[in-house]
Design a protein. Structure first.
Length: 400
């Protein structure tokens, strides 16, 4: 299947438009990383606490952020979770944390969010089954005597399970518990419990040492992948091809990271996985174009290198559009319907596939031509052909 029959687009003639496009987005991303949002590292890399909150109404993220600032929880990141109407927020507290800080951070968030707190009562939406069981055991509304502990523990667990699993972590009314526990138990709850309009249903923590180690490993993984590609392409083709591919991948990575900074989306481990995937994908696209250039260099020895490169890009254009288009539709569906957990991963791939496909044509190929023109201007005139399939290196004089 072909989208184009014998296309003859002058891609190299438009190289300055491509360079301008790349400069605009690259510079915008760099400026954002330096002066605006910085590099928005997720909790995986910097350590901190994640507090997941479910509301009974649509939450005001700006108001929550302002309230957290007012009690000293600065630089917190507020992120909407789930589908529209799920009323969930993820509160990312970036300060250094340890296991002892887990309850502290949770209690601070609860204190900030609970505007209707009753000091003489507990919040049933943020009470554990152990706390509820302890109250029932003390109150003993069923007059159980010796069998009280196991029975009240089971009742408390049933109530909290219903709250968390059936009601999403938030009870709007005590009446919702009818049929879950004995009426005498439910009648005793208002004496010591009230209902807030939110519930903290999960808290996660990453220590700063773990975050630093993950940062180091992510950087090393990226550098090793770039170095591996440089070595492979220098061996498989010529060193200038390896340099062009690495510069192209660096360009793709910079623009993708810039997109995360401009949109202030956190960079997590899954995002690093997406960037490594992008490096491989972009490199694969570049190699396809390079391979066709290598074939045409042997067949069109008397042609200008720019004409050979243009012809090679046009010959692979249908394949590029088919491959990139199908991959893009897949990751776009993942971005739109994959849920919050995969949002960063799929966002990186959506940006990366667009930029990676574009750069294989608009960045990698012009680097080869610019190198040849530089040699010609210095009076060297000859450029090395890629190594043949048997590993022999051929030389060809290509007129500029």
């Amino acid at each position: 299947m072909e989208f184009f029959r014998n296309p003859n687009i002058d891609f190299l003639g438009k190289k300055w438009y491509f360079i301008a496009f790349s400069l605009v987005f690259s510079v915008a991303g760099v400026l954002s990383m330096l002066f605006w949002h910085g590099l928005p590292l997720g909790i995986d890399f910097r350590g901190g606490t994640l507090v997941y909150v479910k509301f009974s109404h649509a939450p005001d993220a700006a108001a929550v952020h302002s309230a957290l600032n007012s009690v000293g929880l600065h630089n917190a990141r507020i992120q909407t979770l789930g589908q529209a109407g799920s009323n969930e927020l993820l509160i990312d507290l970036p300060q250094e944390s340890n296991e002892q800080a887990l309850d502290r951070d949770k209690n601070q968030v609860i204190k900030v969010l609970d505007h209707n707190a009753q000091t003489d009562k507990q919040d049933l939406n943020n009470t554990s089954s152990l706390g509820l069981s302890a109250y029932l055991l003390k109150k003993d509304p069923l007059h159980l005597g010796t069998d009280a502990q196991s029975r009240y523990s089971a009742i408390a667990q049933a109530i909290t399970d219903y709250r968390d699993k059936k009601m999403g972590g938030v009870l709007a009314s005590m009446d919702e518990l009818k049929g879950i526990a004995d009426p005498a138990v439910l009648a005793s709850l208002p004496e010591n419990f009230y209902l807030s309009d939110f519930g903290v249903y999960n808290v996660e923590i990453v220590g700063p040492q773990v975050g630093a180690q993950l940062r180091k490993q992510a950087v090393l993984a990226t550098l090793y992948s770039l170095a591996g590609m440089l070595v492979y392409l220098a061996f498989r083709f010529e060193w200038i091809y390896g340099v062009a591919a690495v510069v192209t991948v660096f360009h793709d990575t910079l623009i993708t990271l810039g997109a995360f900074s401009l949109t202030n989306k956190p960079i997590s481990l899954t995002v690093i996985a997406a960037i490594l995937t992008l490096i491989g994908y972009s490199n694969n696209d570049t190699i396809v174009v390079f391979d066709r250039i290598r074939e045409n260099l042997k067949l069109m020895r008397r042609e200008k290198l720019s004409d050979i490169v243009n012809k090679s890009i046009n010959q692979t254009l249908s394949r590029t559009i088919l491959t990139a288009g199908l991959t893009f539709l897949t990751v776009l569906a993942l971005y739109l319907f994959g849920g919050e957990v995969l949002h960063g991963f799929s966002f990186a791939l959506v940006i990366g596939i667009i930029i990676g496909t574009y750069s294989s044509i608009a960045i990698a190929a012009p680097i080869l031509v610019a190198y040849q023109e530089g040699r010609t201007n210095r009076g060297q005139g000859a450029v090395a052909l890629p190594a043949g399939s048997a590993g022999r290196k051929e030389k060809a004089n290509i007129r500029a």
